[in-house]
Design a protein around this ligand. Structure first.
Ligand code: ATP
Ligand code: MG
Length: 496
């Protein structure tokens, strides 16, 4: 991996960050950049936040900066830079050196002890690449665990004895997979083995902490590699207990992969397209219940999976609830899984069948459902993500979604006409409305109750025959514009 030299890396650090370090130094305290931002500056990527660590206590830090907040008991003070426009610089987190001693439950230290010593602080950090301290003012690194070497080699290696560290905090095992996935790194062999040996401890970790790492893996560029690493290291059951059941479950002849591989490939395409977390979750989960719904059809001489989307929606809901996802996410993803089998042959489907699909999934989710279908196709091993027939189908969806041109668009209706102009119910009302529609289509500014009533008064002087003609002319105009609109939509999708 290409790395910047130390002076180059330091030259890329923003002024507000340097200023914060300088403020601490001037007051007689040490200040080091540490964690993700050091990794990122050395690797020439832009850090998404800036973390400093210091021997000043939280109280002392708060005394040195005008605008701070201090909200947890772990010694982290947020320093707010009000005038900064760059999101990543709006707050800089400054944390007092810590040592972590007693862990009784593989979850979190029983207590946090502050320390005066940077080496001690680095020792309690999870991986060597996260345990490099960079003094941005003096321009030197403190790197007792040789993190810079692992950074060049692309290795995620536990600080100290892997097993011990994972027994202190089991979440670190999942963090190892997440960080390796994000960076495209490999987990060092001894560390990987320690994960395999301690994997059960992940069962004790709060579901919220697991979910946050799970989402980070999902949102990387290579989530497929991430979940394969979960499988390889043995932690997959503690992350996604339902995913594993698809391993080795063959599908029908349309598919080139087993269910597990197919789910991962579907997810990977969602990541390649940079689609949302919900589409990624649905992609990962959409065929989750194929294993339990698989039946052999003697007639077809192939496997069938009837109802897998119905069972799958239930399993997806349970899975997302288990990881404490918010209800809004659960509802959307479950619904995408439930309806992912929609029939899409444009030669055989009617617009009203498409209307039903839109009603089932909801207008807000219909395009995500289309995207899920794209991922599903690619995940199956088909070469084309957007063939003619699918584009045709999408143009029909858009046709169904658009507001049709009709007298319903007018600022008045039939009963207004009857009331205000004292017209008896009958065909004159319909003709008049269509005549008004033509006027409004020619000049949309006319569409107010006042204007329309005025025009209607004049129309009311026409004979039945004359008014009927005007009404029919309005209908023709409407149909002409309707087909122009549909033409537009088809052009957009390149179909006829
Ligand atoms: P990101 O780019 O995702 O922010 P990061 O490395 O900054 O990556 P954070 O979760 O922000 O990750 O943690 C900041 C630093 O705190 C880490 O680099 C690591 O040194 C330390 N750290 C975080 N979580 C743990 C943990 N569970 N055990 C030990 N050290 C940890
Ligand atoms: Mg961070």
């Amino acid at each position: 991996m290409h790395m910047k030299s130390l002076p180059e890396a330091i030259a890329s650090i923003p002024t507000v960050v340097l200023k914060a370090a300088q403020t601490l130094n001037t007051a007689g305290f040490e200040a080091y950049l540490v964690g993700g931002c050091v990794r990122d500056v050395l690797r020439e990527t832009k850090p998404k936040d800036w973390d400093l660590t210091t021997n000043a206590t939280p109280e002392q830090i708060q005394g040195l900066f005008p605008h701070t907040f201090y909200e947890n008991k772990f010694g982290t003070v947020g320093v707010v830079n009000d005038e900064e426009s760059d999101e990543t610089l709006k707050t800089i987190e400054i944390t007092t050196y810590r040592t972590e001693s007693a862990y009784s439950d593989s979850r979190r230290p029983d207590e946090v002890t502050f320390s005066q010593n940077i080496e001690e602080d680095l020792k309690r950090r999870d991986f060597t690449i996260n345990a490099i301290a960079l003094d941005p003012i003096k321009g030197h690194a403190v790197d007792p665990h040789k993190g810079q070497i692992d950074l060049v080699a692309g290795l995620v290696r536990a600080v100290g004895e892997g097993s011990e560290r994972f027994q202190e905090d089991a979440l670190r095992m999942l963090r190892a997979v997440r960080i390796a996935t994000q960076l495209g790194f490999v987990i060092e062999e001894g560390t990987l083995q320690a994960i395999t040996e301690n994997k059960e401890l992940l069962g004790k970790i709060s579901k919220e902490r697991i979910r946050d790492e799970f989402v980070k893996i999902l949102m990387t560029e290579h989530p497929r590699a991430g979940f394969e690493l979960c499988l390889k290291s043995g932690i997959l059951p503690y992350v996604g207990p339902d995913l594993e059941r698809g391993i080795g479950v063959d599908q029908n002849q349309a598919h080139s992969f087993d269910v597990f591989q197919h789910n991962l490939r579907t997810l990977q395409h969602a990541a390649d397209k940079n689609w949302s977390m919900e589409v990624r979750l649905a992609s990962l989960m959409h065929d989750i219940s194929k294993p339990e719904t698989r039946r052999w059809s003697a007639e077809k001489k192939d496997w069938t999976f009837h109802g897998h989307e119905v069972v799958g929606a239930r399993v997806t809901k349970k899975f997302l609830e288990f990881l404490h996802f918010p209800n809004k996410t659960i509802d959307k993803v479950t619904s995408l899984v439930r309806w992912h089998m929609f029939f899409s042959d444009p030669e055989k489907i009617t617009l009203s069948a498409i209307r039903r699909i839109v009603r089932n999934i909801g207008e807000d989710n219909i395009w995500d459902l289309m995207n899920l279908r794209v991922c599903d196709r690619i995940g199956t091993g088909r070469p084309k993500e957007n063939p003619y027939r699918f584009r045709k189908y999408k143009s029909m969806v858009e046709e169904v979604l658009r507001d049709p041109i009709s007298v319903g668009m007018l600022a008045i209706d039939g009963s207004d006409l009857m009331k205000e102009l004292a017209i008896a119910p009958g065909p004159r009302i319909g003709h008049m409305l269509h005549a008004l529609l033509e006027e409004v289509l020619n000049d949309p500014a006319l569409n107010t109750k006042e204007n329309l009533l005025e025009t209607a008064k004049n129309l009311n002087n026409l004979t039945d025959e004359e008014l009927k003609k005007r009404g029919e002319s309005g209908k023709d105009k409407k149909e002409e514009l309707e087909s122009e609109n549909i033409e537009e939509i088809r052009k957009k999708y390149g179909v006829s």
